[in-house]
Design a protein around this ligand. Sequence first.
Ligand SMILES: Cc1cc2nc3c(=O)[nH]c(=O)nc-3n(C[C@H](O)[C@H](O)[C@H](O)COP(=O)(O)OP(=O)(O)OC[C@H]3O[C@@H](n4cnc5c(N)ncnc54)[C@H](O)[C@@H]3O)c2cc1C
Length: 395
Amino acid sequence: MNNKVFIPDFKDISIAFRDKNNSELKQSYWLFKGMNAPFLVNIGSKVGMFALHWSFPFVRDIIKQTIFKQFCGGTSLKESLPVIERLGKQQIFSVLDYGAEGKSSEEEFDFTLQEAKRAIDFAQSSGFNPFVSIKLTGLVQQEILEDIALGKILLEEAKIAFDRFKDRVDDLCALAVEKNVSVLIDAEESWIQQPIDDLANAMMERHNGRKAIIYNTFQMYRKDRLSFLKESFHLSKEKKFVLGAKLVRGAYMEKESKRAEDLNYESPIHTSKEFTDQSFNDGIQFCLDHYQEMASMNASHNVRSVSIQVEEMAKKSIPFNHYNLYFCQLMGMSDILTFNLANSGLNVGKYVVYGQIKEVIPYLIRRAEENSSVTGDMSRELHLVKSEMQRRKLL
Ligand SMILES: Cc1cc2nc3c(=O)[nH]c(=O)nc-3n(C[C@H](O)[C@H](O)[C@H](O)COP(=O)(O)OP(=O)(O)OC[C@H]3O[C@@H](n4cnc5c(N)ncnc54)[C@H](O)[C@@H]3O)c2cc1C
């Protein structure tokens, strides 16, 4: 394949929205317009949480028809199938992501494990979904991870719970190997991340002998993550496994800064957006320099960060569909990247989050906050949807 002919044009909005009809486009427009205003997001989050807590059925319906429809596949795998098939027809794979967060009992952790295993079975049987993703805090008490990260000695009961957690993760990874479906382990808050990294490395060492089945996530907004990425690569060489690295900027910036300030320690997050961008792009470059020995996923909505990789692949004549190089965006966001990447034959997917409305609320709040504008500028998504509305003469 001659890469140069197929370089995607990330300004082509007609490709980005080609599977949306006018009425779907208008819905997205009004939703992003609403989310653009921080005060609406603020009030909406609080009212939504309150009403859901008290189980007002009409609130559930409103959320389901608006923000949930934009960012989630459905309340179950079965309900998400039309979305997954629609993406599949455009050569876009779905990363199945059971979005329930904030679980705290052993029964809930077992349920999350079963749900993740169902996703692996589903991914394998559907044929075109090579990944599932998992948040490890869905399988264990956060406090236990925090204690381990602090180097505390666990009490007997916590030790047993931690062993059960490791068994759950191992069980999941073994099934993934059997079904040849890759597992992306999400990155979370810095104060619980170290045991997650340790377990991810242990799972990669055990299961990534010949190819990357398990991937760890690197939040490049952290000052220490570029060196950690390099260390992880060197560890993989030493221990003879294939590193799987999903690169993101990071979703918990405000929480991280607030905690660092409250507890009076230096924030682990880069001091400016420019430093985060540099760190992310350097990470991408590192993965490309070693793409034959490790697998990576560029998980970003940033046009520059995605373009850098595409341009470098074209320059080095790396096949666009190379089995070690992936891109991914979140459902409902940056279709301009996803659809144009797919159109040029690059490996690209969407995180398709699914789960009961009440359970995915924290995820929806993060998406709403990401799309609101503190500066008063129009958000990236609103700008794109508005341009397509104008192109179709709907505005
Ligand atoms: C497929 C996929 C999977 C994801 N998985 C995870 C995950 O496992 N864990 C996780 O934490 N997040 C995850 N995310 C969320 C991701 O971290 C956010 O979407 C991302 O932060 C948005 O950044 P961007 O690359 O799209 O680029 P941009 O929109 O250009 O960057 C925004 C980001 O830059 C950083 N930033 C902004 N301002 C500053 C500042 N002043 N100083 C320093 N840094 C700043 C923040 O990280 C902010 O979110 C995932 C995203 C995708 C697309």
